[in-house]
Design a protein around this ligand. Structure first.
Ligand code: HSE
Length: 308
């Protein structure tokens, strides 16, 4: 096979309390990409979307990820042409850069007869995240590649734990303001108090146990962040109201998606997830900010290879 089309899903990093270590993939939105194997050592990037992203391979998240993959590949005479139709808006907090990075390496690996394992692919795609945000975090890339809910216990050495994935519904709202991940990281406090750390690791452990035991009440209690959210939520108009009203109509809980500005909520039924979307709509209409909402489910497979 010389060419393949894929869909690379949006992802929700952090899952409220698990800054840089937890994430999940969702079924919508997703980026569309086509990757072609070339018989020359070259990477060509083409964007067919409206975002005017860099196409120099070393400045492009898909390009930087493929450079890392090719460096590790035995045959130095090959390259790739990548065509990207970005449907996950950059700067949305929905893992737009991770989708390009992860999508590129998963597709390329398929064309190389799965020479690399998934963990290698995460390592390569982290180079893409570094281009996008200045930091090699893996909490978007990993669920994009593995699907479901994932835990990055450690980045160096890379230690990935796949968590069982409950059948939850996900509502997301993307208010149309841009929050750059690099800025949203810059404003965080570098030191935290022990009493806050104790609350945070209680919640992270509770959330992980909640996923593993399919205990939605425990998931709900654990979706609480005393460290990052109080700082970052200031950048997102309507955040407190979205959270409060979503819980009133029955959501388990939620918070900032990645570094924002999108907000996500988890629910046990589609009806509740739709009511949450309605609450989000009312809030942003009242504030007067354009927005998109999504009602979707957890993507359990990660990047989808299209076989047509
Ligand atoms: N964990 C990262 C952050 C995700 O919150 O900065 C960025 O999408």
């Amino acid at each position: 096979m010389r060419k393949i089309k894929i869909q690379a899903p949006a992802t929700i990093a952090n899952l409220v309390c698990g800054f840089d270590i937890l994430g999940l993939a969702v079924n919508a939105p997703y980026d569309e990409m086509e990757i072609e194997l070339l018989d020359k050592p070259e990477i060509i990037i083409e964007h067919i979307d409206e975002y005017n992203l860099p196409t120099k391979p070393e400045e492009n998240v898909a390009g930087a990820s493929l450079i890392a993959l090719l460096e590790a590949y035995e045959d130095k005479s090959i390259g790739f042409k990548v065509t990207i139709n970005k449907l996950i808006k950059p700067g949305s907090g929905l893992g737009s850069s991770a989708a390009s990075a992860a999508g590129a390496v998963v597709a390329a690996n398929h064309l190389l007869n799965n020479y690399f394992d998934k963990k290698d692919l995460v390592r390569f795609a982290m180079n893409g995240e570094k281009v996008a945000s200045g930091v090699k975090h893996a909490d978007n890339i990993t669920p994009c590649i593995y699907g479901g809910v994932t835990l990055i216990r450690s980045i160096a050495p890379l230690d990935i734990v796949e968590l069982s994935t409950p059948d939850l519904f996900v509502t997301m709202v993307h208010p149309q303001i841009e929050v750059k991940t690099s800025d949203a990281r810059q404003i965080l406090r570098k030191e935290i108090q022990l009493k806050d750390a104790i609350k945070q690791w209680g919640n992270i452990a509770g959330l992980v146990a909640g996923f593993l035991q399919n205990d939605t009440a425990l998931i709900s209690r654990s979706l609480d962040d005393v460290i990052i959210e109080p700082v970052r939520s200031i950048l997102i108009p309507g955040f407190d109201e979205v959270k409060k009203n979503s819980i009133v109509v029955g959501a388990l809980g939620g918070g900032i998606s990645g570094s924002g500005p999108s907000i996500f909520m988890l629910s046990t039924t589609q009806d509740i997830a739709k009511m949450v979307a309605q609450e989000m709509k009312l809030i942003y209409e009242k504030i007067g900010i354009n927005f998109y909402t999504y009602v979707t489910t957890i993507n359990k497979n990660g990047v989808i290879l299209m076989t047509d």
